[in-house]
Every structure is written in structure tokens, then in C-alpha cells.
Design a protein around this ligand. Structure first.
Ligand code: PMP
Length: 399
């Protein structure tokens, strides 16, 4: 018998080598208590959270929690069914209405996660004989959507407009084409030149899908994302997003103005063949989305935090994923996995949680300490965070 697990031996070995140094496992941390969007108890210690994507701090918003409690009481714990059978409750409709209003679009479809939204929309829209043209640094859910569908996959160099244009020009003029982009790339926190990319895509007759997972609620005059910021929201055929970041819950969605969009509800397998979100989750999400429409002050504070942290880390001598702050994600580049894990642990001992990110999630084999700021971080917390980075960086010998 061939042990089907043998293909994982190199990974098991790498993990064992790392843990044999006595380091805390960076991938099995437990939040024993969560006190607020920015503070939790980990290993019995109060810890500042700087790696949760909880950009707008909506997880503890009073109105959001009240909406969830009300739905839990009145609609029960779960739907026990697919959206196309018994799993569409009033709350799912209200959530989709909130999304349509938030984006000013005609159609909204809520999925059980953002991962499933990409999986479903990409694999269903682009079929046999069609092409999906995607940035090489695209999120795993985009790649998995491509793998699940039957279209030809054409990757292009990260954020490179010319490379995209060249690829598009080589494809048959009359073939169906879907260009898949992200507003903010989640590993390095850099933003895409959507305006130019959408222009060349449209010139080539392609449809455009933009994943705004990391920009919703924060970037753009109304928090609609990078496409809004760059004035090209109306040129996007599909916007994909998630509730697991700024919205502060769980779930995914696609919004669109395409007149035939509603047919997706019948043909999109990751929508049809899974249970819908629980009533409390859609109620929390709808309340959160409605509040995010009027969150200008929070957005301004989040930008301040991002700028302060970015500058502070540069001044301390760290190497960051972007030269200037472009989003609420600030990636600190580590020399290798071992020192990355040591630095991650040293920060945890200081009382700070960040994400340790490594290949295949990261581009170019990088190990990153990925920080994501929250609008609820106070200026004092940002100062504290910088002091923790300084202490840990000196201890590990990175700065
Ligand atoms: N798209 C991007 C760009 C993401 O970063 C993520 C989550 N990290 C997703 C989609 C999936 O979202 P969800 O957590 O809702 O599955």
C-alpha cells in the first residue's frame, strides 16, 4: 500500500525541525478570551491584536451584536438548508439588499464564505473555451475557482499592466475572457492599478472581476474599495467580497449590474450545494454593512494608524512590503522562515499578535510578519506596537 500521506513528508519534517528548537507553533495559537477588536488573551497573557483583518472593528459593535441576538432568538441557530431550497430567510434578503445599496449595484448574491464566492463565480462564469486572465499573486480562492472550472488559465506578472495587455492581445478576439484582479493584495498590502488594467481589459473585450476583500469598508469615498477610489467601479462586471474582514462576521458575496446575473443562483454549485449562513450571521452582517456606509471618521483614523505604523517600522529599520502605506495591511519582510518564526514568537512574548505568512501563500518564497490595522486601535496602542517591534527586532537581531 502506498501511504497517501508520504507527499507531505517534507512539510512534516520542516515543521518538526522548527518546533524542535522549542518555538511556539505559530499556526495553532488559541485566543482564550477576546476582549475587544484589538485585545485578546493568548497563553494567559493580554495581547494586542495586529493580524485579524478586523479593519473596522465591527466584531463588537453594539448594533451588530443586538441584530445577531435578535435573529438568533427569532429565527433559530441555523437554516439547515441551501439558499435555493429552505435556506433563504428574510435576513439573507436583507443582507443582499444592504450590499446592493452599499455598492449601488442591481444584484447581490451572498455565499457562505468569500472563498466560495470566488470558487463559485469564477468556475461558473468562465467555461470550456473561455479564458481566465489573472494576476500571478492572486488569492488561493481565485486559483481554486480556476481549477474547478474548465476555462484556460492565463497568469500575468503581478500588477503589470503591460503584461496583462500582452496576454490579452494573444488570445482569440472572439473568445470569452474574464480578467480577475484584486483591489488590495493581501500579502504585501499593495494596491492594483485597476484603472489602467480595466481599460486594457475592456479594450480587449474582456469581462472584469475585482476581489475587494481587503478594501471594502475602508478604501474609496464610500468604502466601496479600490475600484471606487480609482473611479472605475461602473466598469467592473463583478465585485467579490467577504464578510470576514471589515464586516466582522463570516460570509462572501458577489455584486453585479449584469442583467442576467440572477441565473447564477441556479447554476453556481458552491452556492447551490451548501447550507446558507445562519440567521444571526446574516443579521450581524446586514447591520454591519449598513453602518459601514457612514463610517468616514473611522476610515480616516484607520489611515492615520496605517501611516504611523508604516513610518515607525521603516524608521526602526524593518523592510516592508510597500515603500509607502497603501492599505491597512503592512507586511514586514523576514530574512527566512526560522527567523520569521522567532520574531513572531518574540512579539507574542511582548504581547503582540501578528500573522506569520509563508509560502505558498506569500509571493516569491517570502516569509512575512503581516500586520493588519484596525480602526479601533488607539494611537497609544500603535505607539506600544512600535515599542514591541523594536524590542523583539533587537532581541532576534533583525534590526
Ligand atoms: N479573497 C481574498 C483576497 C482573501 O484574502 C480572502 C481571505 N483571506 C478571501 C477571498 C476569502 O474570504 P473568506 O475568509 O470569506 O473565505
Amino acid at each position: 500500500m502506498t501511504d497517501l500521506f508520504s507527499k507531505f513528508d517534507p512539510l512534516i519534517q520542516q515543521r518538526e525541525t522548527l518546533l524542535s528548537t522549542g518555538i511556539t507553533d505559530p499556526f495553532s495559537l488559541v485566543m482564550e478570551e477576546v476582549k475587544s477588536p484589538t485585545v485578546a488573551v493568548c497563553n494567559g497573557r493580554e495581547t494586542i491584536l495586529l493580524g485579524t483583518y478586523n479593519y473596522m472593528g465591527m466584531t463588537f459593535d453594539e448594533d451588530v451584536i443586538a441584530a445577531g441576538q435578535n435573529a438568533l432568538t427569532n429565527f433559530g441557530a441555523g437554516t439547515t438548508g441551501s439558499r435555493v431550497l429552505n435556506g433563504t430567510f428574510q435576513g439573507h434578503k436583507e443582507c443582499e439588499d444592504a450590499l446592493k445599496e452599499f455598492y449601488g449595484m442591481d444584484h447581490a448574491m451572498v455565499f457562505s464564505t468569500g472563498y466560495q464566492a470566488n470558487l463559485g463565480i469564477i468556475s461558473t462564469i468562465a467555461g470550456k473555451g473561455d479564458y481566465v486572465i489573472l494576476d500571478i499573486d492572486s488569492h488561493a480562492s481565485i486559483y481554486d475557482g480556476c481549477a474547478m472550472g474548465n476555462a484556460e488559465i492565463v497568469p500575468f506578472r503581478h500588477n503589470d499592466v503591460e503584461a496583462l495587455e500582452k496576454r490579452l492581445k494573444r488570445l482569440p478576439a472572439d473568445a470569452g475572457k474574464l480578467v480577475v484582479l484584486e483591489g488590495v493584495y493581501s500579502m504585501l498590502g499593495d494596491i492594483a492599478p485597476l484603472k489602467e488594467m480595466i481599460r486594457v481589459s475592456k479594450e480587449a473585450g474582456a469581462m472584469v472581476l475585482v476581489d475587494e476583500a481587503h478594501s471594502m469598508g475602508f478604501i474609496g469615498p464610500n468604502g466601496r474599495g479600490v475600484a471606487e477610489e480609482q473611479g472605475v467601479l461602473d466598469d467592473c462586471d463583478f465585485i467579490i467580497g467577504t464578510f470576514s474582514k471589515s464586516v466582522g462576521t463570516v460570509g462572501g458575496f458577489c455584486v453585479s449590474n449584469h442583467p442576467k446575473f440572477e441565473v447564477m443562483r441556479l447554476v453556481c454549485r458552491p452556492y447551490v450545494f451548501t447550507a446558507s449562513l445562519p440567521p444571526a450571521v446574516v443579521a450581524c452582517s446586514a447591520a454591519s454593512i449598513r453602518k459601514l456606509m457612514h463610517n468616514g471618521n473611522k476610515r480616516a483614523h484607520l489611515w492615520e494608524n496605517s501611516k504611523t505604523l508604516h513610518k515607525g517600522l521603516i524608521d526602526l529599520g524593518f523592510t516592508l512590503g510597500t515603500e509607502t502605506p497603501q492599505s491597512a495591511i503592512i507586511a514586514v519582510i523576514m530574512p527566512d522562515l526560522e527567523r520569521g518564526a522567532m520574531m513572531w514568537e518574540a512579539l507574542l512574548h511582548e504581547g503582540l499578535y501578528v500573522n506569520l505568512a509563508r509560502p505558498p501563500a506569500t509571493p516569491a518564497g517570502m516569509t512575512l510578519l503581516r500586520c493588519s490595522l484596525c480602526a479601533e486601535h488607539s494611537a497609544d496602542q500603535v505607539t506600544e506596537i512600535l515599542a514591541m517591534f523594536e524590542a523583539a527586532g533587537k532581541k532576534i537581531g533583525i534590526i
